[in-house]
Write a protein that binds this ligand. Structure first.
Ligand SMILES: Cc1cc2nc3c(=O)[nH]c(=O)nc-3n(C[C@H](O)[C@H](O)[C@H](O)COP(=O)(O)OP(=O)(O)OC[C@H]3O[C@@H](n4cnc5c(N)ncnc54)[C@H](O)[C@@H]3O)c2cc1C
Ligand code: FES
Length: 489
C-alpha cells in the first residue's frame, strides 16, 4: 500500500471524499478523471477496513437474490439492479486494464449452490436469466464442494482487494487527486453553499461537495444507523490437501460458506468466508473461526489449520437495496452505505451514481438506490423490529459476563468487563503483559460494548462501531475514541 501524510491545517477543494475504502477511492478516481479537483481523507490507512478484508469477488451473483428482488420490487427494478451490477463487473475490469493495476485479476465463474435439494435454485435461475444475467443451472458437481443444485454466472471476476485498492489510489493521485491518511473527519457542516469538514487534528476542509464513503455515514448524518444493520463475517485462508475448486462459490443454506481460490496459497489455496453474526452480539468469536475450519476439514477430510484469519463487517438495508446519493435534506452531501456484503460491485455502481449526480448527469440506477427513500411497508416493519432489538440491548446494558476478580487477575491475552468499586470497566492484558483499560460505553450514542475475544476489539451491537483495546476507533459511525475509565480496580 502506498503511504500518505496526514493533512496539516486547512484546505479547499471542489469535492472532498471521506473514506479510503473501495467506494471512496473509486468515487475519487472517477471524479478526478472528470476534471474535478478532489481530495480524499482517510481516518487510518487506505484500504485498511472492510474493503481490504473482502473475499474479492466482483460479480453480479449476490447469493440467491434475484427471485427475492423480483418478488419485492418487481421485474423492472430487479433488472435495474442486475444490469447495474453486471456493468460494474465490466467497469472494474476496464479500470484495471486502463490503469494497469496488478491485482491478481482473474475471469472465473461464480456459483451459487444448495446442499439441500436438486430444485432449490430453479426459481432463482429463472429470475436471473429473465433479467438478462449470464446465469445457467449446471451439474452440481462443477462447484467442487458437495452440492445438490448449482447456478453458474459466467465470466465474473476475482481479484486481490488490497492490490486493487492500491492501484485505485495510485491512479487517483496520477490523475491529480490528493490523499491524506490519518485524517479523521469529526464534523460535517453544510452552510452558505459549501460543506465544511472538521478533522480530528483541528483542520477544516471546505468543499462544494462532500462524499461520505465511511462504510456507514459518520455521526448522525441521515440517521442511516437506524436504517441499517451491521453483520460481521469471518474469513480464513487455507491450503487444502488437494487442488482447490477453481470457481468462486457461495451456498444458500445456513450456515453460508463463500469460497474462492487463493492464488497466494498455490493450486491448493482457498479462501473461505462465513460465520456471520451481528456486530457485538457475542464475545465468543473464536467459535466463528473454528466453525469455518471445521467445515473445511469435514468437507475435504483434512486436519488443517488456517494460515490467515480475519473479520470485517458490512451493513444491510431492510429492502436489500443500498442507499446511495444525496443525503436527506442536503444539496451537497452524498452518501453510500448498505452494500449487503456485495460492495465491490454495488460500491462501484455507487461511485458511478455519485460521480454522475455531482456532474449533473443521469445514472440508470440512481432512482433505485436513492438514499432519501424510506422503503416499502415490509422494510418499515423490519426496521421497527431491528430498532426494538437495539433498544432492548440498550436498556439491558451490559448483559455479557463480568470477569471474576479485578484487573490483577487478568491473564495475558484475556479481556472483558470487570467490576470495580465504582462501576464496570473494560480491560485487556496483551501478550506482553501490558494492561489496556477503557470505559465500555460507545461514543456514538452510548450503547454498551462487547469484548470480542478472537479479534481483541470492543464492538458495539447497536450500530457497528468497533474500537481497539486502547479505545481508538477502528470503525464508525463513532468519531471519538472511548473514554478512559474513571475508576481503579
Ligand atoms: C468478510 C466480508 C467479505 C466480503 N466479500 C465481498 C466480496 O467478495 N464481493 C463484494 O462485492 N463485496 C464483499 N463484501 C462487501 C464489501 O467488502 C463492502 O461492501 C465494501 O468493501 C464497502 O466499502 P466501503 O468503501 O463502503 O467501506 P470501507 O472499506 O470500510 O471504507 C470506509 C473507510 O472510511 C474510513 N473512515 C471511517 N470513518 C471515517 C472518518 N470519520 N474520517 C475519515 N475516514 C473514515 C475507514 O477507515 C475506511 O477506510 C464483503 C464484506 C465482508 C465483511
Ligand atoms: S455505534 Fe451507535 S451507539 Fe455504538
Amino acid at each position: 500500500m502506498p503511504r500518505y501524510d496526514a493533512l496539516q491545517g486547512d484546505t479547499t477543494v471542489d469535492v472532498l471524499v471521506i473514506g479510503g475504502g473501495l467506494i471512496g477511492l473509486t468515487t475519487a478516481l472517477l471524479l478526478a478523471r472528470d476534471g474535478a479537483q478532489v481530495a480524499l481523507i482517510e481516518a487510518q490507512r487506505i484500504g485498511s477496513r472492510t474493503s481490504g478484508h473482502t473475499t474479492g469477488k466482483v460479480t453480479s451473483q449476490h447469493g440467491a437474490i434475484y427471485a427475492t428482488l423480483v418478488a419485492r420490487h418487481g421485474t423492472a427494478k430487479a433488472r435495474q439492479y442486475a444490469t447495474a451490477n453486471q456493468a460494474a463487473v465490466e467497469q472494474v475490469a476496464a479500470l484495471i486494464d486502463a490503469e494497469g493495476i496488478d491485482c491478481e485479476f482473474l475471469r472465473t465463474p461464480a456459483y451459487v449452490y444448495s446442499t439441500k435439494s436438486a430444485d432449490a435454485l430453479d426459481s432463482e435461475a429463472a429470475a436471473a436469466s429473465s433479467l438478462g444475467l449470464p446465469a445457467h443451472l449446471v451439474d452440481a458437481a462443477e462447484v467442487g464442494v458437495p452440492a445438490a443444485a448449482a447456478l453458474r454466472f459466467d465470466n465474473q471476476v476475482q481479484l486481490h482487494p488490497v492490490r486493487y485498492l492500491a492501484g485505485l489510489a495510485t491512479a487517483f493521485e496520477r490523475t491529480g487527486g490528493r490523499i491524506f491518511e490519518h485524517t479523521r473527519a469529526v464534523k460535517v457542516d453544510e452552510k452558505d453553499g459549501a460543506v465544511h469538514v472538521s478533522t480530528e487534528k483541528g483542520g477544516v476542509i471546505t468543499a462544494y461537495q462532500a462524499v461520505l464513503a465511511t462504510l456507514l455515514p459518520i455521526g448522525i448524518t441521515g440517521a442511516y444507523f437506524a436504517r441499517t444493520r451491521p453483520k460481521q463475517s469471518h474469513g480464513i485462508a487455507v491450503r487444502l490437501p488437494v487442488e482447490a475448486p477453481t470457481g468462486m462459490a457461495i451456498s444458500v443454506d445456513s450456515p453460508t460458506h463463500s469460497t474462492r481460490p487463493w492464488p497466494g496459497g498455490g493450486p491448493n489455496g482457498l479462501i473461505v468466508v462465513g460465520s456471520d453474526h451481528e456486530v457485538g452480539s457475542t464475545n465468543e468469536t473464536g467459535a466463528a473461526y473454528q466453525s469455518l475450519v471445521d467445515w473445511v476439514n469435514s468437507t475435504w477430510n483434512a486436519a488443517i489449520e488456517p494460515e490467515y484469519r480475519w473479520s470485517a463487517h458490512d451493513y444491510s438495508t431492510p429492502d436489500l437495496l443500498p442507499y446511495v446519493g444525496r443525503s436527506p435534506g442536503s444539496r451537497s452531501i452524498f452518501v453510500a452505505t448498505g452494500m449487503h456484503k456485495w460492495g465491490l460491485s454495488n460500491g462501484t455502481v455507487a461511485a458511478g451514481i455519485i460521480n454522475d449526480l455531482i456532474a449533473g448527469r443521469d445514472h440508470p440506477a440512481a432512482d433505485l438506490y436513492d438514499a432519501t427513500r424510506f422503503g416499502d411497508t415490509r422494510a418499515v416493519a423490519k426496521l421497527i423490529t431491528d430498532n426494538l432489538k437495539v433498544g432492548k440491548n440498550f436498556t439491558l446494558g451490559h448483559a455479557q459476563r463480568i470477569l471474576r476478580g479485578g484487573l490483577d487477575h487478568l491473564e495475558a491475552g484475556q479481556g472483558g468487563l470487570l467490576k470495580t468499586g465504582n462501576g464496570t470497566i473494560g480491560g485487556y492484558r496483551d501478550q506482553d503483559g501490558n494492561l489496556h483499560t477503557i470505559k465500555p460505553i460507545c461514543t456514538h450514542l452510548g450503547c454498551p460494548l462487547t469484548w470480542n475475544t478472537a479479534d481483541t476489539t470492543w464492538d458495539c451491537s447497536c450500530h457497528g462501531s468497533r474500537f481497539d483495546p486502547d479505545g481508538e476507533i477502528l470503525d464508525g459511525p463513532a468519531t471519538t475514541p472511548l473514554e478512559a475509565p474513571t475508576t481503579d480496580a
